[in-house]
Design a protein around this ligand. Structure first.
Ligand code: NAD
Length: 361
């Protein structure tokens, strides 16, 4: 299929999914920058779900959100009262947008209240916490998805198709990463809350893109992870700022079949790029990981697909449809856990002076 035909079939697919019916209710848990700047605007666009509640440490903030979005104040919860969500039929889904270390606490509380859950990325700070989140959702028969918005972005949908159908040959060489210069001290530079530094926050996007280009499916039966990781942490330029997290880290991913990816992430540089090469062609994303329009080139010329006005609205609507249609999400907890297995291997390799670590599910 040509690139243009792929774009057309994608549009048709999106339209076919827009079934009529009652909207589901969602509560945002954590009302910080991402919830305010991206998810709240997305929830004004979603067709299958609407914002009907919040979980917040600030009653006043909750009241303002209730007024802005027209939901009753009874739908304002604190982190300690999430169990009471069980009695609230207005809310079907809880979207966890707290700092990384709190994703397990909030996901597990929502699951035991009988609510479906989207947890932001990274899923948790370690693999055992991912396991606990998945177990709580299984025990309560609720669905769990991870906030990987780019899985639904049309250029990445095309990347996954190219990986599957091998128009450019199988992708054997990948590179890129995501970095920015952090100047404001925040939880992202504290290991206890963030789990690590830029790898947890930004590098995980490159891990995701690499797995898409390598054609790895979401689930994690054996073999669905890279074969091996080597990594090295670079010396810190600002050790006082990045006390217990890495400032910059580089890593190599080796995939089954011999494909290799070289990536980096930093809180003290600028970078936003992903490139995948096969023996018949290449694709290059720069910027690669933004909310808005990505710029994508191929050996055949630019790939300029029509993009939705909100990546997050598409992502959240798909999860709502998974619930309505009782189908599996294409972005399940298993995918978040797989990425955490990879992240742990990257840190383990860096801690052991760049030793090659074989990745085990
Ligand atoms: P933020 O600091 O702006 O907001 C965090 C929120 O959590 C705040 O409202 C804060 O009050 C609340 N909170 C609750 N308990 C807290 C505690 N103990 N310490 C600190 N804050 C606490 O962060 P953010 O940028 O909104 O990120 C939140 C989550 O969303 C992170 O996991 C991040 O990785 C993820 N995120 C995802 C994307 C994406 O594109 N998918 C983009 C940005 C952030």
């Amino acid at each position: 299929m040509s690139l243009g035909a792929a774009a057309l079939s994608l549009t048709a697919h999106t339209r076919a999914q827009a079934a009529p019916g009652k909207k589901l209710g969602i509560a945002l848990c954590g009302l910080g920058g991402y919830a305010t700047g991206q998810l709240a605007p997305a929830l004004r666009l979603t067709q299958h779900v609407e914002l009907r509640g919040v979980v917040t440490g600030s009653k006043e903030k909750g009241q303002k959100w209730a007024k802005d979005f027209g939901f009753p104040e009874k739908n304002i919860y604190s982190y300690d009262t999430m169990a009471r969500l069980a009695d609230n039929p207005d809310i079907d889904i809880v979207y966890v947008v707290t700092p990384n270390a709190l994703h397990p606490r909030d996901t597990i509380a929502a699951a035991w209240a009988g609510k479906h859950v989207i947890s932001e990325k990274p899923m948790a700070n370690n693999v055992p916490d991912c396991n606990a989140m998945m177990a709580a959702c299984r025990a309560n028969k609720v669905k769990l998805s991870i906030g990987y918005r780019l899985q639904f972005e049309p250029h990445y949908v095309e990347l996954k198709r190219l990986a599957r159908e091998k128009d450019f040959g199988g992708f054997t060489k990948m590179s890129g990463g995501l970095s920015f210069t952090m100047n404001r001290m925040q939880w992202r530079a504290q290991k206890a809350l963030a789990g690590g530094g830029p790898l947890m926050d930004l590098g995980i996007y490159a891990v995701q893109a690499a797995c898409m280009a390598a054609g790895l499916p979401a689930g994690v039966p054996k073999g669905d992870v890279p074969v091996a990781i080597t990594a090295r942490e670079l010396p810190k330029q600002r050790p006082d700022f990045f006390r217990d997290v890495e400032e910059t880290i580089e890593w190599t991913m080796e995939f089954p079949g011999g494909a290799k990816g070289e990536f980096s992430t930093s809180y003290n540089r600028g970078l936003d790029r992903f490139r995948a090469e096969g023996d018949k062609g290449w694709i290059d994303f720069a910027p690669a990981f933004q909310y808005g329009a990505l710029k994508v080139a191929t050996h055949q010329g630019p790939l300029a697909l029509t993009v939705p006005s909100s990546q997050q609205a598409v992502q959240i609507d798909d999860f709502a449809l998974c619930i309505k249609e009782n189908r599996d999400t294409p972005v399940p907890g298993e995918m978040g856990r797989r990425d955490m297995v990879i992240v742990e291997a990257i840190y383990a390799s860096a801690a052991q002076g760049g030793k090659r670590i074989e990745v085990k599910v």
